[in-house]
Design a protein around this ligand. Structure first.
Ligand code: HEM
Length: 157
């Protein structure tokens, strides 16, 4: 196995764990709502969420690091501004922005999650919960977009 193949394997595997973790959370959330009231469902989900948070974060960090290594191994002039004017450069630039967007949104998502568990007012709880679900979906859509861009980049060489 070459270094490129190993890095690529790590990239795909970590992307799989990261995106799979988000989809798993959405499915569990839907199921819990069928059997519990809103507040208990959210509390149970936050316990499950905490147990998968670390592997998910590690996978995201690994996806970013391996992604950058893939660019270096492809010997792309990623430090030159001119490169980002080419079609492949533009795709990579969009990918940086998409990844940066969800990396920046993530701490906000965790912050809302923490205040949600402490919230006792039903109306405020509902609003915070809807916001949390909305941000979760944004993170999933941006992750899928990063996957799409990765595939486009793969065939852009
Ligand atoms: C800044 C971070 C990232 C960089 C620089 C990056 C870079 C790359 C590169 C260069 C490729 C093409 C590999 C090749 O040459 O064959 C690629 C593929 C890919 N990336 Fe990323 N990536 C990053 C983060 C992510 C994230 C966060 C996701 C998803 C959540 C993702 C999903 C994918 C997928 C699905 C492929 C397709 C692999 C294939 O078709 O073989 N990447 N990435």
């Amino acid at each position: 196995m070459t270094l490129f193949e190993i890095t690529k394997f790590i990239h795909i595997l970590s992307v799989f764990i990261w995106t799979g973790g988000i989809i798993f959370t959405i499915i569990v959330n839907r199921e819990l709502k069928k059997y519990m009231d809103m507040m208990n469902a959210t509390k149970t989900l936050s316990i499950i969420g905490k147990s998968i948070q670390l592997p998910m974060r590690i996978s995201l960090i690994l996806a970013i690091i391996s992604g950058i290594i893939l660019l270096i191994l492809r010997k792309l002039p990623i430090l030159e501004i001119e490169f980002y004017k080419t079609s492949i450069g533009k795709l990579i630039l969009i990918k940086y922005i998409v990844v940066l967007m969800f990396v920046l949104i993530l701490p906000y998502h965790s912050k809302i999650g923490k205040s949600l568990i402490k919230e006792n007012d039903k109306e405020k709880f509902k609003k915070l919960r809807n916001l949390l679900i909305f941000i979760g979906w944004i993170i999933l859509i941006l992750s899928i977009l990063a996957m799409y861009l990765g595939t486009k980049i793969r065939y852009g060489f």
